[in-house]
Design a binder for this molecule. Structure first.
Ligand SMILES: [Zn+2]
Length: 93
């Protein structure tokens, strides 16, 4: 999640005990600085409702939130790009 977006939205933020690096889809580390804070926020995506979703805070340029591959995998999300939909097939939460 973009750190400025989290601040504007007034989300609760917490420092990480130890900074972690940010990897992109191909496993490479970004040039962005390490992540030092998380935000906790209500997340509603379609019919999926997560009252306390955790987001790593960083600087994003185009979209305020990017769902990570581990989160997508945990929720067994199928992306239906043609109809701009995410289908949740897991009972994880
Ligand atoms: Zn969830």
């Amino acid at each position: 999640m973009d750190a400025s977006f989290a601040q504007i939205q007034g989300y609760d933020t917490y420092p990480l005990k130890s900074p972690r690096r940010l990897e992109v889809f191909n496993g490479l580390e970004t040039s962005a600085s390490k992540i030092t804070y998380i935000a906790v926020a209500l997340m509603i995506v379609g019919d999926h409702h997560e009252p306390r979703a955790l987001f790593f805070l960083t600087q994003l340029s185009e979209n305020p939130i990017v769902l990570g591959l581990p989160w997508l995998a945990k929720h067994e999300v199928t992306i239906k790009a043609a109809i701009l939909a995410l289908i949740f097939e897991s009972d994880h939460c």
